[in-house]
Design a protein around this ligand. Sequence first.
Ligand code: SDX
Length: 434
Amino acid sequence: MSTSGKNHTVTMTDNASGKSAEFPVMHGSAGVPVVDIRSFNKEFGLFTYDPGYTATGSCQSKITFIDGDKGILLYRGYPIEQLSEHSDYMESCYLLLYGELPTAEEKAKFSYDISHHTMVHDQITNFFRGFRRDAHPMAVMCGVVGALSAFYHDSLDIEDPWHRKVASYRLIAKMPTIAAWAYKYTIGQPFVYPRNDMGYAENFLHMCFSTPAEEYKVDPVVAKTLDLIFTLHADHEQNASASTVRLAGSTGANPYACIAAGIAALWGPSHGGANEQVLNMLEEIGTVDKVPAMVARAKDPNDSFRLFGFGHRVYKNFDPRATVIGKAAHEVLDILGVHDPLLEVAVELERIALEDEYFIQRRLYPNVDFYSGFILKAMGFPVSMFTALFAIGRTVGWIAQWNELIEDPEQKINRPRQLYIGEPSRDYVPVDKR
Ligand code: SDX
């Protein structure tokens, strides 16, 4: 729980009414303290205004910490660089959900439980068949994940910790199956069922790339790298999709509906959809000599184009995940013997942007989405699947945030207010008088 730092307060005065009031400043265990303005409207009869919530804390959380200036990312206090090097996705999932690294037995039990929930109710396969074959995988995931609440009635009571745990495990376990089947459906191949004797990332690759005619031999390097990508995408504090899950959860909606809402929010090109747009952008640039023109477009205030994979609401330094993924991209493409000419375009784009005053002044750096697509493309995934893979990794973060919300006694239904700038009250005008 946060503690007030040495009776730290902020005093505000309304110069229209002359009224003053003091507001307590809450200090966390790290990061920026917050001014508690819950009594602000009662004190002044005013609302605060913060479009995009650029300076607003919505909750107290123990899950993930980000320092945007220093480029720090901690899952339950552990630096992402150390987890990337020494941990794996199942262990990171346990850490995010329970707050501590698991013992060997706890990790084995957790991995077993997750691997034994990867099947979905067989009638759910019918949902896929309602989509066109060229449906975007994220559209399919929004629909099918939301539909899970129509099947799993035994885990919908959000006040019951056991129900929450069952729903949490089901969502983490079934997301790869649903994403793999969304992919299979779009390429007209039959669904491949999960295997309980495979690791999380290995199983996903198996479900995506095996066919009834031929077993896909999972390359351990590919499986380990995909596991790393899931770990790097697992959680990120109160990002747009996590906040969407929390807002939906604050109404008492069931976890399947809340996670479907998170998937929908993640799909946006300003958020998780950026990894797909980075590759589309680099395809459009095509060659290194065309990079300066694209950078000029990104800087042009009259052009809505922005460099996908660049910039971040919080990171005003390197996104530590981008550093890890950038290194992995070069290593994995070398190991796989893949030469992707677009990687040179990306490296040149990064070089020019990082030397350009426009980007330096705005502290715009590559983010998690800038290099991830190269690895996913080298693994054989189409660009349209990139955000679905982001959703697989992020499901545990959404679930951890949702559980924390439900268990937080301070939380209530999220219901922001507004500044009304529409028409004042006016009388109805009959149609023959208009
Ligand atoms: C993710 O929040 C999270 O934690 C998200 C995430 C997670 O793990 O959950 O990290 C995942 O979503 C990463 C971000 C992926 N999105 C992109 O790569 C899309 C491209 N980036 C931009 O759209 C933008 O940087 C955002 C959306 C990421 C952040 O936007 P902000 O914080 O609202 O910043 P802003 O729009 O106020 O920009 C500040 C200035 C503006 O210029 P001025 O008006 O001051 O002149 O920087 C400019 C912007 O025009 N700017 C860019 C730019 N990003 C910001 N200019 C060119 N290219 C860009 N990419």
